[in-house]
Design a protein around this ligand. Structure first.
Ligand SMILES: [Zn+2]
Ligand SMILES: [Zn+2]
Length: 610
């Protein structure tokens, strides 16, 4: 593919743009009319607009083919050119029923039965075609641009999403204001496919899924494990510098622990079913559950001794694996899984220490993002929805906690917005929302202020005046979870990891077998200083060795021949980002082995380039 320079076209989102909604609604009707013109036996069911386009579900005896889609698209262009007015009509329920019976479309009758209001709204395209619809639409088909519409795919669907009901065919389409927007949308879609972490993860051999293990439960291969542990030790090191104390806690616990924390009451549905020794135990909710969160465990460690104000802030940290019973339909790749590892920490602080500790946590998160080269993010103040009852704790505690978060972002002058209703059930959060090269948003790190769990677990410390006081908790996870972060990083880097993160950093390519001993000896020198290096032992010719190393996206390749052996050097090719933002391997030239070692060491320490 030819490298394209990144274009700056803003794609409006359907949710923001009423005009896009109208375009897509109208385009979907035009498509349905075209389908019924070409396939008179096809029956129309539902056809809403969606985030990037629209779809319609049809009951049709023959599955639609690629060729059919082309014909439908052509017919749509004809309808558009006929400049049919889009006419809104309101009729009584009886009248609607009559008209549906006249065209013999039973699905419409079912849809009509679901519409509670009267009169019933009908939309006509000219006097040719109509459907039940609440709108809104354009005024005429002429306002659609056939060159800004594409029909994308056909998929099976069931009437009302119910497998026992009729099998339907869903045609997906996309429609925009201009052909330029369509092209940009298609470019992004293709780019998203190219960067898809599920595809790249497989190609690079980082993780697998197994049907026998179960959906949403990734298994990490040796390469993926290197990537994970590199991330873990990086953060571990940063945390130790900042006074965090590592802990390890079990994966299961008594239900009682989660009753006390409130997870059992508020979070039950997302937890794996309880393991109980007997039916009786089960009925009395006397069993064990997989942990959905690490907090209550760290609280037990805090509570195991009477703490003094001198010990605070106490920052307990764990790469804690948790389990959540996500619906299997929601699972896909690493961004939504059933078992994942949180770079979790709980800070127990005095109320006076809260603001300062919160700022320090944000500072840590920002420095982590910098090392990971994640630049484009904003902060969301995830507050509670005052009208909902899904939260625990007093109004006063919530006010205090939300106030602390607001003060922090204001002090730091961060770019932020408010997300009402996005809080955890026990406290508000500051979430970092990362926007990738394709304008997609991902939630990464999070910090939460919590006055509620200390209350529920009756946490205390002895203050300097000898009285017992209640600490405040901060929950935080800069990565969010290792699984999610790695999924996002794979997509952001399109599989081209910076040197410090690459599972394999260097591969040496010998131009002949006689140079293998030298190459092996250089690899040993590299390994001795913690560089992940190997020699390609396949015996292939140089061209193939280079192509394979490129395919494996190895950041540094060192070619070894007679000249290199003689001068104790390596002929280096490195993967370097070009102006268009694409990574390609380029000749760096001949460097002494000592120089290569030094550069690799530097790249590891500073997280910079080779
Ligand atoms: Zn409509
Ligand atoms: Zn927590």
């Amino acid at each position: 593919m030819v490298a394209q320079s990144p274009k700056k076209i803003h794609l409006p989102k359907t949710s923001e743009s009423e005009s896009l909604q109208k375009i897509r609604h109208t385009a979907s009707h035009v498509m349905a009319m075209a389908v019924q013109k070409l396939f008179p036996k096809a029956q129309v069911t539902i056809g809403p607009w969606i985030e990037n386009g629209f779809y319609y579900d049809f009951d049709s005896p023959e599955p639609f083919t690629e060729k059919d889609l082309k014909a439908i698209k052509k017919e749509m262009a004809k309808i558009i050119r006929r400049q049919l007015p889009v006419i809104r009509e309101q009729v009584s329920r009886e009248e609607a029923e009559q008209r549906i019976k006249a065209i013999a479309e039973p699905y419409k009758l079912e849809i009509l039965n679901d519409i509670k209001e009267e009169p019933i709204t009908i939309y006509h395209l000219g006097d040719q075609w109509w459907d039940l619809c609440a709108g809104p639409h354009l005024e005429s088909t002429s306002q659609l641009n056939p060159d800004a519409i594409a029909l994308e795919s056909v998929a099976g669907a069931y009437w009302r999403g119910d497998e026992t009901k009729a099998q339907l065919q869903r045609i997906y389409g996309t429609a925009w204001e201009s052909p330029e927007q369509l092209v940009e949308y298609q470019r992004r879609k293709e780019e998203a496919l190219r960067r898809d972490h599920r595809k790249i993860g497989k190609e690079l051999g980082l993780f697998i899924f197994s049907d026998l293990v179960g959906p949403g439960l990734p298994l990490w291969t040796p390469k993926g494990t290197v990537l994970r542990s590199t991330l873990e030790s990086f953060l571990q090191k940063e945390q130790l510098k900042r006074g965090y104390l590592p802990v390890v806690t079990p994966h299961i616990a008594r239900v009682d622990l989660f009753k006390m924390s409130g997870h059992w009451q508020k979070y039950h549905e997302d937890m794996f079913p309880m393991m109980a020794e007997s039916q009786d135990a089960k009925e009395h909710e006397q069993g064990f559950v997989m942990k959905p969160m690490n907090c209550p465990f760290h609280i037990q460690i805090y509570k195991s001794e009477l703490r003094s104000y001198r010990e605070l802030p106490m920052r307990l940290a764990e790469f804690g694996t948790v389990y959540r019973y996500e619906q299997s339909g929601e699972l896909g790749g690493l961004t939504r899984v059933r078992g994942f590892t949180v770079d979790d920490s709980h800070l127990f602080v005095t109320p006076e220490q809260l603001d300062d500790e919160f700022l320090k946590v944000v500072d840590l998160i920002l420095s982590v993002f910098e090392s990971l080269r994640l630049k484009n993010f904003k902060a969301r103040l995830s507050f509670r929805d005052p009208d909902s009852d899904k939260y625990i704790g007093s109004d006063d505690a919530w006010e205090k906690a939300q106030g602390a978060i607001r003060r922090a972002v204001e002090t730091l002058g961060m770019n932020y917005f408010e997300g009402i209703g996005e809080a955890a059930f026990y406290g508000p959060k500051l979430d970092f929302i990362f926007q990738d090269a394709l304008d997609r948003e991902w939630q990464l790190g999070t910090v939460q202020v919590d006055y509620n769990l200390p209350e529920r677990f009756d946490l205390e410390y002895v203050a300097d005046d000898g009285t017992r006081k209640r600490p405040v908790m901060i929950h935080r996870a800069p990565f969010g979870s290792l699984e999610r972060l790695i999924g996002i990083l794979i997509e952001e880097y399109a599989g081209d990891f910076p040197v410090w993160l690459a599972p394999l950093q260097v591969r040496l390519l010998a131009v002949g077998d006689e140079f293998l001993p030298f190459a092996k000896q250089v690899v040993e020198q590299m390994q001795a200083i913690g560089i992940r290096a190997e020699v390609d032992l396949s015996g292939d010719r140089l061209g193939k060795l280079i192509r394979n190393a490129e395919k494996d996206k190895i950041p540094v390749m060192g070619v070894v021949g007679a000249k290199e052996v003689e001068s104790n050097s390596l002929s280096i090719r490195a993967r370097i980002r070009n102006e268009a933002g694409n990574i390609q391997s380029q000749d760096v030239g001949s460097l002494s082995v000592a120089e290569v070692l030094e550069r690799l060491k530097q790249a590891n320490e500073t997280h910079g380039n080779f």
